[in-house]
Design a protein around this ligand. Structure first.
Ligand code: SER
Length: 885
């Protein structure tokens, strides 16, 4: 067998294909509708619902090569990358899966055959060690008696500190979900490499490397730690492609395998390092690892941001840029690595080819943005490190670097680690806890799956053709608990039907509303959602009571559904038109299809111009006028792809998919409901365009009667505005321009007269100033002087009085404003703020300002005269105090 990484990948898939496994594609790094996972971190993720028995599948045995990210979330290797020879943020996981088909015996036998058979990987048996979960005698016996491994090379691994199910040999996807005991296969790289056997104190060395993890999925872990047994035990295996490639290519570090060697050579060329023997250079390894994760993450629709997945991506990019700086790179370089990466990844990078330009642009923007603060941040960090006395950097500095210079914590830890300095992570976390927003975001990834409703029922959806039908109630829930009956007044009701015309929210389309009726009962449906293969109707009984087993007539709100259909078909047209107007790089980031509007989010770097908006509207309205036929076809996924269908997240692993085509302009996989011809949409109008995150734009639009009503409203506004300015609609803009010019010149003129009046007022007021201990005190109450003028008067008076204190009030329609001014020479004795606050204490109100000028609004006008009469003595006291002190 040839042993390039590409050959090994293919050999694995071929081997399992020969054992009756269907070869499936890797799923996206963005987990498909799974809020519990930050990123796809294992081959089994896309099959989670199948392991849990929530979903059924066309095959019992499958095999994949899955792209995975282990950075952030439960399985996080980011900080290890660059410091060991085997950790990655991005890696390919080879896996075989049995869904209730074979179990421990075959799983172990297949693995052993692939690893040791001379026609396959042909590894020396004596170099392989295995571990099993402490109590898993079945797996132990298979290894010992069926495979024939000497018992002293089978290691039992117990629970970590005795806590149940916490062993290295008990695998869990996350805090909840599928899990089970596992058996792992290790390869001994030889005694010239440091490291001990699994379970020993130096197991983290590089000598014994885990190459394969075979998990026996037997439980669904609940948040409280309970392990619910699954009805069909299954198998999930994972072998890191890079690790097995290192073994088969006879190198001890993953970074020495063919793809990394080629990638590191290309990186060294780009950044001008001539000595390529520096493969062991830690920074080059970090950069090579990180360019892989960043490119694949962006290709899967994740963009750098300050929250959730996007924030992890940002951290990885910044770490790579910092390592570039360590090896002396001065210019943006990271984005230049996209092209060599695509080359070395071969067929596995096929999906990247059409996106490489946008990926480069996203990386370049991010890199440039960070480079601007990197230098200053590093200088600050180095300065702080010089002053570290107890080998720990304080949490405040780490937080300042994070908050002001965009240094993620792991970057600071990285820099400190090189100098054997720790970071006060607890202190840092306390400070960050105040940034509640991010905390809120990350909790988004901790939804408790065990708390959600599970229903084993299957509901078939009849709503493509029907708006009403008779159905049987197969299950009822109230406040997430199964019940037999729902009565009037019960809240949180959910009804599961065997068959229903109600569309359950998915693929961006909102759920239907309507009614479930029988003679003696009415249930108002406010929303519809999916629970595995069941469809749940949310709402309340408005008369009578509803029991499991009842027959009901289910009727959707037809008008609302029709509006939803218009918007859904229009969304597909918008998607197609965006490709035409903006380019093929755009990729869908999300959508909402409701009855009154549609929303479409997509990756694109610039705002959409008005001209482009018009072009989009023109193209879509042309599609509408062409009255194109909208058709659906149920077909094999492979055929759909061959037909060029755009696949989004839904139906990712179903063999049979629903393909929606609109004339010759759009073909997409879609389970939503649509109109039958584009003409039904009537009219399409874009109502807004905006940026919602770095590199993500959002378009909102309306269709049908909503678009017509909006158009009529606009016409009405034009008509009324024209009437008001006495113009026809054609000349409205010019007329408004003329009025605005006139308005501005009148405003200027008015200001001129106000200044003149203020000057006159100031001259008169000046005469009312009294002498007080060598300064002037002027207190006066004015009427109808606006705040701006009051400002000017105080300014004039300060100039005129030379050294003095001014307190003025102005009453405009009963609203009284207070103003205090103090000449500069007196502000160390008394400030305008003090004076205002002294008055406000008596009158109530809010205000503030500078030491030489302050203003406030006054609440209790009745108390004002008394407060004013106190000013003189208060000032006297202030002046005396300063003289005596
Ligand atoms: N899910 C297991 C792992 O990730 C085996 O694939 O190690």
């Amino acid at each position: 067998m040839k042993n390039s990484t590409a050959d090994i990948r293919q050999a694995f898939l071929d081997f399992y294909h020969s054992k009756g496994h269907q070869i499936l594609e890797s799923s996206s790094l963005m987990p498909n509708n799974d809020p519990t996972l930050l990123f796809t971190n294992a081959g089994m993720n896309q099959f989670k619902d199948i392991f849990l028995g929530i979903n059924k599948y066309n095959y019992n045995r499958v095999t994949t090569c899955q792209r995975c990210i282990r950075a952030g979330g439960k399985h996080n290797d980011l900080e290890h990358v660059g410091y060991t020879s085997r950790h990655h943020t991005f890696f390919e996981m080879l896996g075989n899966f049995s869904f209730g088909d074979y179990f421990k015996y075959e799983a172990i036998k297949f693995a052993w055959e692939l690893l040791t058979d001379k026609d396959w990987f042909n590894l020396t048996k004596e170099k392989l060690w295995v571990t099993v979960y402490n109590t898993d005698d079945e797996a132990f016996n298979i290894w010992a008696y069926e495979i024939g491994i000497p018992q002293d090379r089978i290691i039992r691994i117990g629970n970590n500190k005795g806590i149940p199910f916490t062993s290295d040999n008990f695998w869990q996807m996350g805090n909840t979900g599928p899990c089970g005991p596992c058996t792992e296969i290790f390869y001994d790289h030889g005694d010239h490499i440091y490291g001990g056997l699994p379970g020993s104190s130096d197991e983290n060395g590089d000598r014994y490397i885990e190459i394969w993890n075979i998990v026996f999925i037997q439980f669904n872990r609940q948040l409280d730690g309970t392990m619910l047994p699954l009805s069909k035990p299954s198998v999930d295996t994972g072998m890191g492609l890079e690790r097995i490639a290192a073994v088969l290519q006879n190198v001890t570090s993953n970074y020495d395998i063919d793809i990394f060697r080629d990638l590191i050579t290309a990186i060294a060329n780009i950044i001008g390092i001539t000595d390529v023997s520096k493969f062991s250079n830690k920074s080059l390894c970090v950069i090579a690892d990180h360019i892989r994760s960043c490119v694949f993450l962006i290709a899967d629709g994740i963009l750098p941001s300050n929250e959730g997945r996007g924030y992890v991506l940002r951290r990885i990019i910044r770490r790579a840029v910092r390592h570039g700086a360590i090896i002396g790179v001065k210019e943006p370089f990271f984005y230049k690595l996209v092209t060599p990466l695509i080359e070395v990844m071969g067929v596995f990078a096929n999906q990247l080819k059409c996106k490489y330009l946008i990926i480069k642009q996203i990386l370049k923007n991010e890199e440039e943005q960070f480079s601007r603060t990197l230098e200053r941040g590093l200088a600050l960090l180095n300065e702080a490190l010089v002053n570290v006395t107890n080998d720990t950097l304080d949490g405040e500095t780490a937080f300042l670097l994070y908050d002001t210079y965009g240094f993620p914590l792991d970057l600071t830890i990285d820099v400190c680690r090189d100098l054997n300095i720790k970071v006060d992570i607890i202190g840092f976390k306390k400070l960050i806890a105040t940034q509640r927003c991010r905390a809120k975001q990350s909790s988004h990834f901790n939804i408790d799956y065990s708390n959600l409703i599970y229903s084993n029922n299957i509901s078939s959806f009849s709503g493509y053709d029907n708006i009403k039908q008779y159905s049987i109630v197969t299950a009822l829930f109230c406040n997430n608990k199964a019940v037999d009956i729902i009565n009037v007044g019960d809240s949180g009701g959910i009804v599961i039907l065997n068959e229903t015309p109600f569309y359950a929210e998915s693929g961006g389309q909102i759920g239907d509303t309507g009614q479930l009726n029988r003679q003696d009962m009415s249930f108002l449906v406010a929303d519809t959602k999916k629970y595995g293969l069941a469809i749940g109707h949310h709402g309340k009984v408005i008369h009578g009571s509803l029991k499991v087993g009842s027959k009901v007539e289910a009727t959707i709100n037809e008008l609302r559904r029709h509006s939803i259909c218009l918007n859904h078909s229009a969304t597909h047209l918008l998607h197609a038109a965006l490709f035409q107007v903006l380019g093929k790089h755009i990729s869908q980031q999300g959508s909402l299809v409701s009855d009154d509007h549609l929303r479409f989010d997509f990756s694109h770097f610039k705002p959409i111009t008005f001209k482009q908006i018009c072009k989009l509207e023109d193209i879509i309205n042309l599609y509408i006028r062409r009255n194109l036929l909208i058709q659906t076809n149920i077909m094999d996924l492979e055929d759909a792809k061959a037909n060029g269908a755009i696949a989004l997240f839904d139906d990712k692993y179903n063999k049979i998919v629903r393909v929606l085509s609109i004339g010759d302009v759009s073909t997409e996989l879609c389970c939503g409901t649509h109109v039958s011809q584009t003409g039904d949409i009537g009219l399409f109008r874009i109502t807004s365009e905006m940026g919602i995150a770095s590199g993500v734009r959002r378009i909102e639009a309306i269709t049908g009667k909503y678009a017509i009503t909006a158009m009529q409203n606009d016409t009405d506004i034009l008509r009324k505005s024209s009437f008001l300015v006495k113009s026809d609609t054609q000349n409205l803009a010019n007329k408004i321009q003329v009025i605005m010019n006139k308005y501005r010149s009148l405003e200027k003129e008015l200001q001129f007269f106000k200044n003149r009046q203020a000057l006159q007022e100031s001259i008169i007021l000046c005469n009312h100033a009294i002498d007080l201990m060598g300064i002037k005190l002027l207190v006066s109450c004015l009427n109808d002087i606006d705040v701006k003028m009051l400002h000017i008067i105080i300014h004039n008076l300060k100039n005129k009085l030379g050294s003095g204190v001014i307190f003025l009030t102005t009453n405009i329609n009963g609203k009284v404003t207070l103003a205090a001014g103090i000449t500069k020479d007196l502000i160390d004795k008394v400030t305008a703020n003090d004076l205002i606050n002294m008055v406000l204490k008596q009158t109530g109100g809010k205000g503030g300002g500078r030491p030489d000028m302050a203003m406030a609004s006054c609440i209790n006008i009745v108390a004002l005269p008394q407060a004013i009469s106190n000013i003189k003595s208060w000032i006297t006291q202030k002046l005396c105090c300063t003289i005596t002190s």
